[in-house]
Ligand binder design. Structure first.
Ligand SMILES: C[S@@+](CC[C@H](N)C(=O)[O-])C[C@H]1O[C@@H](n2cnc3c(N)ncnc32)[C@H](O)[C@@H]1O
Length: 204
């Protein structure tokens, strides 16, 4: 899509305008608000890890909802948000769980109540390739979640729909007492993205 068309589309988009109005860094903030309104994944006082967090809309929402320790992780730097800790790291790297654990320990925490991931690959436009890259990010997010979540903790991840969706969903279903796929109203209609919510982590 050309830049002029994209800019025009953004100006018309209700969530884009609402994000500007309420001071959120991205329209994606409304996706997390809608997911939380439906599934109550974040409670007051929760320790929250947000993967693929830049520019920080979800971090702003997570901080408002929890008021507790909130850690954002991304390949890109994230401009300062009051009360939010950030880490520049590739979530698919072998040592990502350990690096995040080190940040948790700064707050005397061993584990988190909630792991979120809105991580996206750069979109190529080739549906199956983008799905595969998104699936890799989901697997990385689930590995971090299963390493760092408390028993009973909650998980949310974005995935682009495609052939591995069902397998990944089943994997989440096995590890959590509750699992559901959900498309918030703020997701664009033409987008392949959907969110998988897992509640009640069951450590092995
Ligand atoms: C759609 S944006 C996230 C928007 C964010 N939830 C918000 O509300 O502002 C997706 C992010 O995933 C990040 N990302 C993609 N691959 C990653 C990886 N391997 N490790 C860490 N972050 C990654 C990108 O840098 C990008 O900032």
């Amino acid at each position: 899509m050309g830049k002029v068309r994209r800019d025009a589309e953004q100006r018309k988009d209700v969530f884009y305008r609402l994000a500007k109005k309420y001071g959120y860094r991205s329209r994606a903030a409304f996706k997390l608000l809608q997911i939380n309104a439906k599934f109550r994944v974040i409670q007051r006082g929760d320790v929250v890890i947000d993967l693929g967090a830049a520019p920080g809309g979800w971090l702003q929402v997570a901080k408002e909802l929890s008021g507790g320790v909130v850690i954002g992780v991304d390949l890109q730097p994230i401009a300062k948000i009051e009360g939010v800790e950030t880490l520049r790291c590739d979530i698919t790297s072998e040592d990502a769980p350990e690096k995040i654990k080190e940040v948790l320990r700064k707050f005397s925490c061993e584990r988190a109540d909630v792991v979120l991931s809105d991580a996206s690959p750069n979109i190529s436009g080739v549906w199956s390739y983008d799905h595969f890259r998104s699936y890799e990010l989901c697997e990385a997010a689930l590995k971090i979640a299963t390493t760092l979540l408390k028993s009973g903790g909650n998980f949310v991840t974005k995935i682009f729909q495609g052939e591995s969706f069902k397998d990944f969903y089943e994997e989440v279903r096995r590890k959590f007492t509750f699992a559901k796929a959900y498309s918030p109203q703020a997701s664009r209609k033409r987008s392949a993205e959907i969110y998988i919510v897992g509640k009640g982590f069951k450590p092995e």
